[in-house]
Design a binder for this molecule. Structure first.
Ligand SMILES: Cc1cc2nc3c(=O)[nH]c(=O)nc-3n(C[C@H](O)[C@H](O)[C@H](O)COP(=O)(O)O)c2cc1C
Length: 179
C-alpha cells in the first residue's frame, strides 16, 4: 500500500482545497491510502519559542506524518496571488529540526474562486518546495478555477475536473514509485 499524506493549506471547514483533497482521496486507486491533514493548532513561527522549547508538538506530529509517507500532496488556496500565510508558516515550522520534506516526492494542486485557479500560488509553493529540497512532480498540473461553481454539498461535481484528477493520480503514483 502506498501511503500518501495530503495537506490542505486552508483552515476553514468548507474549504474548496479540503474538498478537493477529499475528491482526490475518493478517486485514488485502491493501492493508494490518502490521509488528509489540516494545519490547525500550528502556532506562528517564533525563533525565540523554538530556542526555548524546540519544535511544537503539533508540528512534530506533522513532521512524523510527512516522514512516514511515501508521498505528500499539498492543496493550496491563493491569497493575494501567493501561498496563504497559514500554509507557508506550517512549511516553515516543518522545515526546522530534521526537515522531513528532503527528497520527499510531492504533488501540488489548488482550488480558488478566481479564474486562474491558484496558478500563481502554486508556482510560489513550488519555489518554497525547492527550498525544502522536495522532489515536486512537474506535470500534470491541477488548477481548479471558479471553485465555487464546481462543488455542491461538500462534493466535487465537475466531471472534467474529476477526469483531470484521475489522470493526475496515475502520474503521481508513478512519480512516488520512482522515489
Ligand atoms: C486574503 C484573501 C486573499 C485572496 N486572494 C485571492 C487571489 O489572489 N486569487 C484567488 O484566486 N482568490 C483569492 N482569494 C479568494 C479565495 O480563492 C477563496 O477565499 C477560496 O475559497 C480560498 O480557499 P479555500 O476555499 O480552500 O478556503 C482570496 C481570499 C482571501 C481571504
Amino acid at each position: 500500500m502506498m501511503k500518501i499524506l495530503a495537506i490542505t493549506g486552508a483552515l476553514r471547514k468548507d474549504s474548496w482545497n479540503t474538498q478537493l483533497l477529499r475528491a482526490v482521496k475518493e478517486l485514488a486507486p485502491p493501492e493508494m491510502a490518502i490521509e488528509i491533514v489540516t494545519l490547525h493548532g500550528v502556532p506562528l513561527y517564533d525563533g525565540d519559542e523554538e530556542d526555548k522549547h524546540g519544535v511544537p508538538t503539533s508540528v512534530k506530529a506533522l513532521q512524523e506524518k510527512v516522514r512516514e509517507a511515501d508521498g505528500v500532496i499539498i492543496s493550496t488556496p491563493e491569497y493575494n496571488f501567493s501561498v496563504p500565510g497559514v500554509l507557508k508558516n506550517g512549511l516553515d515550522w516543518m522545515s526546522r529540526s530534521g526537515n522531513p520534506f528532503k527528497w520527499k516526492r510531492v504533488g501540488v494542486m489548488g482550488a480558488s474562486e478566481g479564474p486562474i485557479g491558484t496558478g500563481r500560488s502554486q508556482y510560489h509553493l513550488r519555489q518554497n518546495l525547492v527550498g525544502l529540497e522536495a522532489i515536486t512532480m512537474p506535470k500534470p498540473e491541477i488548477f481548479v478555477a471558479l471553485a465555487d461553481k464546481k462543488f455542491a454539498h461538500g462534493k466535487l461535481t465537475d466531471e472534467t475536473t474529476k477526469k483531470i484528477i484521475v489522470t493526475w493520480l496515475a502520474a503521481f503514483k508513478d512519480w512516488v514509485k520512482r522515489g
